[in-house]
Design a protein around this ligand. Structure first.
Ligand code: FE2
Length: 388
């Protein structure tokens, strides 16, 4: 991932190093205009094909708070949020992600966003009245990788419900934590996000230098967004945080009680990457939602970058539980600024599914162990065809 070869193997089995500028043989030229000062991931706009069905899922099942709604859109927020929304559900004919929105530090940063992306040759739209309710002056762009981003500062403040314990449910979602995007060339896309001011916190790579995924932050957590290798541009998931691990277990119990267990795609479990506790759900349109809690502080300038070997079968689940194939293959379309689905470009580098799961794939639990010594049912992490 970086120019440095001075990666140090830790007693936990992954490597650490200091972040360096990423090199790639076909970088998007770095704009000379300074990037906007991004604070954090703020909201995602999802197109859903049955607004009532989606509202039922996000409000009645997951417990998000409705800030405002009309016939066309539902604006939702988490319990600790003070801005108008963290999630917009918009009725449409094709399920897709319409915008990944980041909040910037001041209104002036929008001028920087316009200059930065214009110089990068991107389509840029600015709306003084915003693209969604509750948000004022905003910039939307299609970035060089086909992702729809929004940048805004001006936003309606609403009540932060953190003290309203009468409203909490056992699985309360308290913050938006991060986005996760699928792109064919992780190194190239991550390098451009470094130019946008993001810091790399973790990645998954192999000894030949192929990068399978990378995590990047603006706020002082493991990430505001991640790039996952695959056919893209697509949205892999959007993640909401709970306070504690038991809140995630309560969501599983509730889904069972509602006979909705088939919404659970993967987990619950403990990630290797990020060290967070997780659960992956699929909403009624198949959009993937992660419930996430208890990663670690990353705000120091010399925060070590964690690098995981793609063959370490604890990288994506610290307990070694298998990653289901759909988690690698499925993702949501993303839209251009006219609302049309972006064409999906095939990944050309090795796929993580193939190198860990497929016929030639292998993984190990402990570095140095012969993968052939793993129990046959564990070899290859989750051999296709081995499941019943
Ligand atoms: Fe995630």
């Amino acid at each position: 991932m970086s120019d440095t070869n001075d990666k140090t193997l830790t007693s936990s089995g992954f490597f650490v190093s200091q972040e360096a500028p990423i090199t790639t043989d076909n970088p998007v030229p770095t704009p000379t205009s300074p990037p906007p000062d991004i604070l954090r991931c703020a909201y995602v706009e999802l197109v859903v094909t049955d607004l009532k069905r989606s509202r039922d899922f996000y409000v009645d099942v997951l417990g998000l708070t409705v800030t405002e709604e009309d016939d066309r859109c539902v604006y939702l927020r988490s319990l600790e949020e003070f801005i108008h929304h963290n999630l917009v559900l918009r009725q449409g004919t094709t399920a897709a992600a319409a915008a990944f929105a980041f909040r910037v530090r001041s209104p002036q940063e929008l001028d920087r966003a316009v200059a930065f992306y214009t110089e990068a040759g991107c389509r840029v739209e600015r709306s003084a009245t915003g693209f969604t309710k509750g948000v004022g002056d905003s910039v939307r762009v299609t970035d060089p990788f086909g992702f729809p981003y929004e940048f805004f500062y001006d936003v309606e403040h609403v009540e932060r419900l953190a003290w309203r314990y009468d409203l909490y449910t056992p699985g309360a979602l308290v913050r938006l934590d991060h986005f996760n995007q699928v792109t064919p060339d992780v190194t190239r896309a991550t390098r451009f996000l470094q130019d946008l001011g993001f810091r790399v916190t973790e990645d998954i790579a192999d000894e030949e230098g192929t990068v399978y995924a990378a995590w990047m932050r603006r706020k002082a957590t493991v990430h505001d967004t991640a790039m996952t290798g695959g056919d893209g541009p697509r949205m892999h998931h959007v993640a909401f945080a709970t306070h504690e691990k038991h809140n995630i277990l309560a969501i599983c119990d509730k889904l069972g009680a509602l006979r909705m267990s088939d919404c659970i795609e993967r987990g619950p479990g403990r990630h290797g990457v990020s060290n967070a506790f997780y659960l992956y759900l699929r909403d009624p349109d198949g959009h993937r939602i992660e419930i996430y809690t208890q990663d670690y502080y990353t705000g120091d300038p010399d925060n070590p970058v964690v690098t995981w070997d793609v063959h370490d079968n604890q990288r994506r689940d610290w307990w070694g539980n298998p990653v289901v194939p759909s988690w690698y293959t499925d993702a949501s379309l993303v839209l251009d600024l006219d609302g049309r689905p972006q064409p999906v470009i095939e990944r050309v580098h090795n796929s993580e599914l193939d190198v860990t799961i497929g016929a030639d794939g292998f993984s190990y639990t402990k570095r140095g162990d012969d993968p052939a010594q793993l129990p046959s049912w564990k070899q290859g992490e989750y051999k296709l065809g081995h499941q019943l």
